[in-house]
Each structure stands twice: as structure tokens, then as C-alpha cells.
Design a protein around this ligand. Structure first.
Ligand code: ZN
Ligand code: FE
Ligand code: FE
Ligand code: FE
Length: 189
């Protein structure tokens, strides 16, 4: 082919050569796997941070039901850390954490609620709100991780991640019930 006969690349309105933002190619699967592992490190850091932070939240709750629910979720969270270690093992990766700025921020918010309130109903409402934000972050994260695992054909990892996802949803549901009971009690007074 002569030089002048070379096909001209398509131009967009800016006159630049068209380029896909995400080019599907042979590397896509390995890039997804890297991103998956990175996200696992993020949530591994987050779950470990929760193991450290939940005792303070539980001990600052006035309502016995709230305190018990958080303490029980602490035990569940410790098991989630172990479960993530099993996921890393299934993938042949070393279990390590990478700071999750989102969870660090949510925990900081939880701390400032404790600083700004006195023990009692309002502090409890704040602890519930902070805890639900945390559970929602975890639900979003594990939902994505499950989808990634399935896409990558890592079905055993997907099953483990799905167990944790169910536990986070259950925790959110329990917190919701405590909040509703508290509101009903205030209304009954
Ligand atoms: Zn995170
Ligand atoms: Fe968790
Ligand atoms: Fe994160
Ligand atoms: Fe949780």
C-alpha cells in the first residue's frame, strides 16, 4: 500500500484521533483482577479498622440493645477479617491492607458524634446513623466485590464474599429496627 492510500483514522469534533476510554483487549481481565485485589486490600484495612473502633462505639451506647448489637457485630467483623484472609488465599495473594480513606472518614465522623453528644438517646441516634453509614459502605463494597469475583470466574471467593454481604445487610437491618423501636418509644411518651 502506498503511503497516500493509508486509511485515515476517524476524527472526533476536537480533531483528535478517536480513542476509547477503556479499550477492551487481552489485558482487560488481568486489569480487573488487579483492581479486584486492590479493592480487597481496601476492605481488609477497613474491617481491621472496625475491629479496633467498634468496642468504643458499643461502650458509648446507652441502649442495651444497641450496645449488644454492636458487640455482636464486632464478633462477626472479626470473622469477616478471617474470611477475607481465606479469599486472599484462594486467589494466591498475600493478605494485606491498604488504607481505605472512606472508612477512615466514616470512623472520624463517628468519633466526632461521641465528642459532640452526651450519653443518652441523641448520642444513640448518632451512633446508629454512623453505624448505618458504615454498613452501607460495606454493602456497596461487598456487592461490587461479589460481582468482580463472578466475572473473573472466582466462584469460591464469590461465595465467601456473598456470606459477608449478607451479614452486612443483616447488621443494617438490626440497626434499623433499633432506630424504629427508639422512635416508637419516644412517640409513646
Ligand atoms: Zn473501604
Ligand atoms: Fe464488615
Ligand atoms: Fe475504600
Ligand atoms: Fe459491618
Amino acid at each position: 500500500m502506498k503511503n497516500s492510500e493509508k486509511p485515515t483514522p476517524a476524527k472526533n469534533t476536537a480533531g483528535k484521533e478517536d480513542k476509547l476510554i477503556v479499550a477492551p483487549g487481552a489485558n482487560a481481565a488481568s486489569e480487573l483482577k488487579d483492581f479486584f485485589i486492590d479493592s480487597l486490600k481496601d476492605i481488609y484495612w477497613a474491617e481491621n479498622a472496625l475491629v479496633s473502633a467498634l468496642p468504643k462505639m458499643a461502650s458509648n451506647a446507652t441502649s442495651a440493645a444497641l450496645s449488644t448489637t454492636i458487640s455482636e457485630h464486632l464478633a462477626i467483623t472479626k470473622n469477616q477479617v478471617t474470611r477475607l484472609e481465606n479469599v486472599f488465599e484462594l486467589l494466591g495473594e498475600k493478605a494485606e491492607g491498604k488504607k481505605c480513606e472512606a472508612m477512615a472518614g466514616l470512623l472520624k465522623e463517628g468519633d466526632s458524634i461521641l465528642e459532640e453528644t452526651q450519653p443518652g438517646a441523641v448520642r444513640d441516634a448518632g451512633i446508629i446513623a454512623a453505624s448505618q453509614k458504615i454498613e452501607h459502605y460495606e454493602i456497596a463494597t461487598y456487592g461490587t466485590l461479589c460481582a468482580f469475583a463472578k466475572t473473573l470466574g472466582e466462584n469460591d471467593a464469590a461465595k465467601l464474599l456473598m456470606q459477608t454481604l449478607a451479614e452486612e445487610k443483616e447488621a443494617d437491618c438490626l440497626l434499623n429496627n433499633i432506630a424504629l423501636n427508639a422512635v416508637n418509644m419516644v412517640a409513646a411518651e
